[in-house]
Design a protein around this ligand. Structure first.
Ligand SMILES: Cc1cc2nc3c(=O)[nH]c(=O)nc-3n(C[C@H](O)[C@H](O)[C@H](O)COP(=O)(O)OP(=O)(O)OC[C@H]3O[C@@H](n4cnc5c(N)ncnc54)[C@H](O)[C@@H]3O)c2cc1C
Length: 73
């Protein structure tokens, strides 16, 4: 059975950054999440090449304003 230094519940910003930093100093981490994606509440879906927030009210992210396909905006 594999051994870990940390079991991190949640692959959101906190869990992901913690795992990243722990790995940098040689720790072995297992990250689990009840959702089927990483990123927690900042997760975005690629819809026709545009990053769109999946959670929360602000479904139009600022990336809309900077995408080459939306130069008019
Ligand atoms: C609409 C909206 C707008 C926001 N705007 C901003 C902003 O402008 N600026 C800003 O700094 N922050 C903003 N935030 C907050 C930002 O999203 C959070 O600060 C950040 O995502 C929190 O990260 P986290 O890792 O703590 O939690 P989360 O991103 O919530 O990640 C937690 C993860 O843990 C998982 N989890 C929870 N319980 C369990 C369990 N029992 N078992 C397995 N997995 C579990 C969840 O599925 C989730 O993936 C906003 C949030 C929302 C919803």
């Amino acid at each position: 059975m594999e051994k870990y230094d940390y079991l991190i519940v949640g692959a959101g910003l906190f869990g992901a950054v913690f795992a990243h930093e722990a790995k940098r100093v040689g720790k072995h981490c297992l990250v689990i999440d009840k959702r089927n994606h990483r990123g927690g509440n900042i997760y975005c879906e690629d819809i026709e090449g545009i990053h769109v927030h999946k959670y929360g009210a602000h479904t139009v992210s600022y990336t809309h304003l900077t995408l080459p396909t939306n130069r008019e905006v």
